[in-house]
Design a protein around this ligand. Structure first.
Ligand code: FES
Length: 164
């Protein structure tokens, strides 16, 4: 049984590293591309897995501490597993006065999670951001990178159903 678990883990690890190798090759192992490499890793795995960062550090000959300082500086990066889909509600002042808090509450209620959490089936992570710089079209919800302006509270349920 222990051997089977070890083999499964080994195969899983190898698959992950193969995907990482592909990303590094795409960027020609250029250390100057580290931010884009981290972006691609996040797209592939939906977050930045520790073992993948360790492997990238060795292959690129970049100190792991430097990779972590970049990964923690940008809020777009996550060191913990995220859902397949990312739903972000802008909670900046302009969006807030237009009802962003009630929209966020409705997303939390419908998804059964709080902001910063991921649904149990790992389908969706709910996040907030403070101003996206396009306040005129607030309140704004971003779903998988796509912006939805002038978002209405009554549309939360329909919106989530369409995204399933
Ligand atoms: S407050 Fe939401 S975009 Fe500025």
């Amino acid at each position: 049984m222990k051997l089977l678990i070890f083999v499964q883990f080994y195969v899983y690890y190898q698959l992950k590293m193969k995907k990482l190798e592909h990303i590094l090759e795409k960027h020609h192992f250029k250390t100057s591309d580290i931010i884009q490499i981290l972006q691609d890793i996040q797209v592939e795995f939906h977050y930045l897995p520790k073992e993948v960062l360790e492997y990238a550090s060795q292959r690129l000959r970049i100190p792991l501490s430097k990779i972590y300082s970049i990964a923690t500086f940008y809020t777009a990066f996550s060191l913990t597993p995220r859902g397949k889909h990312i739903c972000t509600v802008c909670m900046g002042t302009a969006c807030h006065v237009r009802g962003a808090a009630t929209i966020l509450n409705e997303f939390e209620r419908r998804l059964g999670i709080k902001s910063g959490e991921t649904t149990e089936d790992k389908n969706c992570s709910l996040e907030t951001v403070n101003c996206l710089g396009c306040c005129a079209i607030g309140p704004i919800v971003i779903y998988d990178g796509k912006y939805y302006g002038e978002f209405k509270l009554k549309n939360v349920s329909k919106f989530l159903e369409e995204k399933e």
